[in-house]
Write a protein that binds this ligand. Structure first.
Ligand code: ATP
Length: 330
């Protein structure tokens, strides 16, 4: 076989903009002389041999859709050496020697192991709404999710204002608080509770005890991953401690994952797809395409999975400097 073959899959949680990345890998791949194969349902579909050839026209009309047209999945079996060997055998059956994995931290941990255990060239593209991957300023889906949160919180603000209520709004972010913190800045929310910072419950207590009853409304954004409990538990506790306020809870949930991707998500995903194909043309083996200073960069996969990216304390302080509530200086 003379023509090299690329497989492309999406893995872990879906993120708006993944389709733009699949489309770019397919088109840039074909235009650079590769044959491109789509793999359905992530590593699970790969192990089951759910693999089919993608032509340029197969990826027409998908750039504006959220989700992933290849679908995605989680697979416990792929965490085992035997599972990954099975995945490798399936790729060999189709004579695919290169793989583009669009996903998050877990997907890249699996990709890194697969590249160590085989001779496959594997390139990762960061696709996760949480924006929590090291080596890149930006992950596909984050911009759309953040804008979805902003729209939802603006609506909650209208009803909160009308009733003088305090709202706890839970947003996604298990390991990092990018959605909560930047959602807070963009919506003018009063407090963000994020996993990177300590004593988040005390911060809320401080806020509520100094709030008074003049303020029309309060919005507190709560990232899923904070270690002092989830938004439901926190709002229940605060209802008991601050009975003078009408406290409500809203969990935005899966709506944050869906929707038509923003222009930014589509454009960055497209350039990442092109950069992934360029890395394969250059015979690179185990890299992630990152996005730094509005340009694609390459970062070794083993570095991406070892390091953590989160919101800095300095960033939080800056955000708090434009809030009505200034927590005590630490
Ligand atoms: P998201 O951030 O959106 O959740 P993710 O890529 O981190 O995306 P995971 O569910 O953590 O999502 O991982 C996706 C898949 O990657 C897992 O179902 C599993 O098949 C594989 N994977 C995760 N961790 C490992 C690991 N330690 N070893 C091998 N494979 C792994």
């Amino acid at each position: 076989m003379n023509t090299r073959r690329i497989g492309v899959l999406t893995s872990g949680g879906d993120a708006p903009g993944m389709n733009a990345a699949i489309r770019a890998v397919t088109r840039a791949g074909i235009n650079n002389g590769f044959e491109v194969f789509g793999i359905r349902r992530g590593y699970k579909g790969l192990m089951e041999g759910d693999i089919f050839q993608l032509r340029s026209e197969d990826v027409s009309g998908i750039i504006q859709s959220g989700g992933t047209f290849l679908q995605t999945a989680r697979s416990a079996e792929f965490r085992t050496v035997e599972g990954r060997q099975l995945a490798y055998e399936q790729l060999k059956r189709y004579e695919v020697d290169s793989l583009v994995v669009i996903g998050g931290d877990g997907s890249f941990t699996g990709a890194n192991l697969l590249s160590k255990e085989t001779n496959l060239n594997i390139i990762g593209i960061p696709g996760t709404i949480d924006n929590d991957l090291y080596g890149t300023d930006y992950t596909i889906g984050y911009d759309t999710a953040l804008n979805t949160v902003v729209q939802a919180v603006d609506k909650i603000r209208d009803t909160a204002n009308s009733h003088n209520r305090v709202f706890f709004v839970e947003v996604m972010g298990r390991e990092a608080g990018f959605i909560a913190m930047n959602g807070c800045i963009a919506c003018g929310a009063e407090v963000a509770m994020i996993p990177e910072e300590k004593n988040q419950l005390d911060k809320v207590r401080n806020y509520l005890s100094t709030r008074g009853d003049k303020k029309k409304s309060t919005i507190i954004l709560v990232a899923e991953g904070i270690d002092e409990g989830n938004a439901t538990e926190i709002s229940q506790k605060m209802e008991v401690e601050f009975p003078q306020f009408e406290i409500r809870l809203s969990i935005l949930g899966h709506m944050q994952r869906g929707g038509s991707p923003t222009a930014k998500d589509r454009i960055v995903a497209s350039f990442m797809g092109i950069a992934a194909v360029e890395a394969l043309l250059d015979n690179q083996r185990s890299l992630m395409v990152g996005w730094v200073n509005e340009q694609p960069v390459y970062v070794p996969l083993n570095k991406v999975i070892k390091m953590h990216k989160g919101i800095s304390h300095e960033y939080v302080k800056q955000a708090e400097s434009i809030s009505t509530f200034m927590p005590p200086v630490e």
